[in-house]
Design a protein around this ligand. Structure first.
Ligand SMILES: Cc1cc2nc3c(=O)[nH]c(=O)nc-3n(C[C@H](O)[C@H](O)[C@H](O)COP(=O)(O)O)c2cc1C
Length: 647
């Protein structure tokens, strides 16, 4: 008889329950608040918004926190669209949302928020109100010219009351716990901050007065929900701008309010003033903000949670084992892989897709008001995805190309029951992503290959490396469908011994390096080489660099670039010469950039000849990724996913 295998979790602490007031959470991994604009104009929940949160509950998070729900909509709407907890019709949507989260065994939590002086009250349904008045702790004019008025006493009272009413409402809707947002620069933090709170009444001045609004809000919330209903408070551990509060001040605040709460959620920074402290970029260590939770935890007895670029099971287990925190939160990691907690619990950590911190999620929200993730093609269509077609008859699908687009296509097709063979010309999978191995801050992009390979193996995809797909090969294989994902080939404006492509960055020679091309790839290559101690000059023909980076990623990258490299725009590379790289400026004047090695990063072009030779070789042919149009990782994965779905 087969011996039963005893299950022991690889990360026992992460998988262990924790009690908060009258609620027991099933593990220590919580989905951090993430708000998205797919709400109605009045701030009501949509079916799409509910499906978004439900995905994370199904993925095994102990609690799923709904992002910014505004308690006092007239003055506190924190974004163009935020949940309006004062709308007379909000209850049904909230109830359906709480049910959608709870039916998967996760606790339903919701963040109560008020934007204060940063409220988007000038963006009312369908119009931009130019002279809308914003309210904050004190009179102020913001850098964008918005006028902020000091909140009168009656308004403070009304807002405190609105928190109590909102708390009663979310409890009635079936939420298991709630989070009061006192960080990231929103209203409560504006009152806590000596930089913005210059009031002279009982809400300003000393630390206790500045904490008064928080205490009154927490008291109103507690009165509404009772003692068994967990109240979580989210704070920023320090304000890194001039005059802001310090970690020491945050500790004093935590001591002051801990008797009023059941869980202290320690974040950092503010949306407006220190975005990358709140949302650590790929240039920062995973878990760089855990030190704040660790420090604060020494001074309070209430459970403490840590956040900031977390997602690595081993690191999260260590955080709890070392006593740095009792709970870990993840936002972006659960966008990329909503099933991360379930995989941790089931010892399937080799299937976890890592967030690459590309900021596409946050930038796209600003750019098009939609929700996307570079690596997860379901994000933004969670509701529809539940109705994706299953194949009526399994087919033989041949995938040409083992880059991210090809791998995603293979995974999606195999997941739908097709027999899939993936061929890759090289001896390793990964395509253009393979070169990220060399760049420490892109390591999570490189690790995508191993995770996708593992997932393909589990899905039954047959992988044939070292196998080039030609028209003859396709005819011989006679698949029902062919997915062509053969990638692009680099454009080389100069040639010579000392020239390498960005993909071969590891082989660049010498200490002085010229990088040709100031797009995303070139900028990242330049920063990486400079981090390795090389003297780097980046040459770009256009006037700006990193123009193809998204709005959230660009400032982080450009900051690194200018701090570490010499950057020359308006310069065209002509050829290599013994002393370096000869370039020409817009006036036609030549200039030698002294360099021992040159990296070409001016982009690639689709492998059109190969693609053309494969057209019409199978009854269904789909083209995916750079071999159609050179774009980015997200496009390759997105097209691969849909090609796999369409068969
Ligand atoms: C798409 C997105 C939406 C977010 N929305 C909210 C929100 O509504 N409320 C909030 O307090 N924080 C919000 N955040 C911040 C996260 O809760 C979290 O603090 C931050 O992303 C850092 O965690 P991470 O490194 O795990 O992503 C959002 C973050 C992302 C990526």
């Amino acid at each position: 008889m087969k011996e039963a295998k005893i299950y022991t979790p690889n990360y026992p602490l992460l998988c262990s329950p924790i009690k908060l007031a009258g609620l027991t959470l099933k593990n220590r991994m919580i989905s951090a608040p993430m708000g998205f604009p797919d709400l109605t104009q009045d701030g009501l929940l949509t079916r799409d918004a509910i499906a978004f949160y439900e995905l994370r509950a199904r993925g095994g998070a102990a609690a799923v926190t709904v992002g910014e729900a505004v308690t006092h909509y007239r003055t506190g709407k924190s974004h163009g669209r935020s949940i309006n907890l004062q709308h007379p019709d909000v209850l049904a949507g909230l109830t359906n949302l709480a049910r959608a989260i709870r039916r998967h065994g996760a606790a339903a939590s919701i963040e109560l928020a008020h934007g204060g002086k940063f409220s988007a009250v000038d963006r009312l349904p369908g119009e931009r109100v130019r002279d809308a008045v914003k309210y904050g702790p004190a009179d102020e004019t913001l850098p964008d010219g918005s006028v902020v008025k000091q909140m009168p006493h009656e308004m403070i009272g009304e807002i405190v009351e609105s928190y109590g009413e909102a708390a009663a409402l979310v409890k009635r809707a079936g939420f298991d716990m709630l989070l009061v947002h006192a960080g990231h620069g929103w209203l409560i933090e504006q009152f806590l901050s000596p930089a913005t709170n210059t009031r002279t009444d009982e809400y300003g001045g000393n630390a206790i007065n500045r904490a008064r609004l928080a205490m009154e809000i927490l008291d109103a919330v507690r009165a509404a929900v009772g003692k068994d209903f967990p109240i979580e408070l989210r704070i920023s551990a320090e304000e890194t701008f001039p005059g802001g509060y310090s970690l020491k001040d945050a500790i004093e605040f935590a001591k002051l309010i801990e008797s009023r709460i059941d869980l202290l959620h320690v974040s950092a920074g503010s949306n407006e003033e220190s975005f990358y402290e709140t949302h650590p970029s790929m240039f920062m260590e995973r878990g760089c903000n855990v030190r704040f939770a660790e420090e604060i935890k020494k001074h309070v007895s209430v459970p403490v949670g840590a956040i900031g670029a977390l997602g690595e099971p081993e690191q999260m287990e260590r955080i709890i084992a070392s006593g740095s925190a009792d709970i870990v939160y993840m936002a972006r990691s659960l966008l990329v892989d909503p099933e991360l907690p379930r995989k941790v619990v089931q010892n399937r950590e080799d299937e976890i897709l890592r967030c690459i911190r590309c900021f596409m999620c946050l930038a796209e929200r600003m750019h098009t008001q939609t929700r996307i993730c570079a690596l997860n093609p379901v994000i933004g269509r969670e509701y529809e995805a539940q109705f994706d077609p299953q194949p009526t008859k399994p087919k033989y699908v041949l995938v040409a190309g083992g880059g991210p687009g090809g791998m995603q296509a293979a995974l999606t097709a195999a997941g739908r029951g097709h027999r899939v063979v993936l061929c890759e010309k090289e001896n390793e999978l990964g395509g253009a992503v393979r070169s990220e191995k060399e760049i420490p801050f892109k390591m999570d992009v490189f690790r995508l290959i191993a995770t996708m390979k593992r997932r393909m193996e589990l899905a039954g995809v047959e992988i044939r490396t070292g196998t080039e797909v030609t028209a003859d090969y396709v005819r011989e294989q006679a698949p029902d469908a062919l997915i062509v994902a053969v990638g692009g080939e680099p454009i080389m404006p100069v040639s010579g011994d000392k020239v390498v492509t960005a993909e071969n960055i590891a082989n660049v020679s010498g200490e002085r390096v010229a990088v040709i091309g100031g797009g995303l790839v070139g900028c990242e290559a330049a920063v990486h080489l400079a981090m390795k101690g090389k003297s780097v000059t980046l040459v770009e023909m256009a006037d700006t660099v990193a123009a193809d980076a998204n709005a959230r990623q660009r400032p982080a990258l450009v900051g690194q670039l200018y701090a570490r490299c010499s950057v020359i725009t308006g310069l065209k590379a002509l050829r290599t010469e013994p002393g370096g790289l000869l370039c020409e400026d817009r006036e036609g004047k030549t200039r030698l950039i002294e360099a021992d090695g040159v990296v070409c990063a001016v982009g690639s072009r689709p492998r059109s000849a190969l693609v053309d030779s494969l057209r019409g070789t199978a009854p269904e042919v789909a083209l995916v990724g750079d071999c159609v149009k050179v774009k980015d990782l997200r496009e390759a994965i997105f097209r691969g996913y849909h090609a796999g779905l369409d068969i």
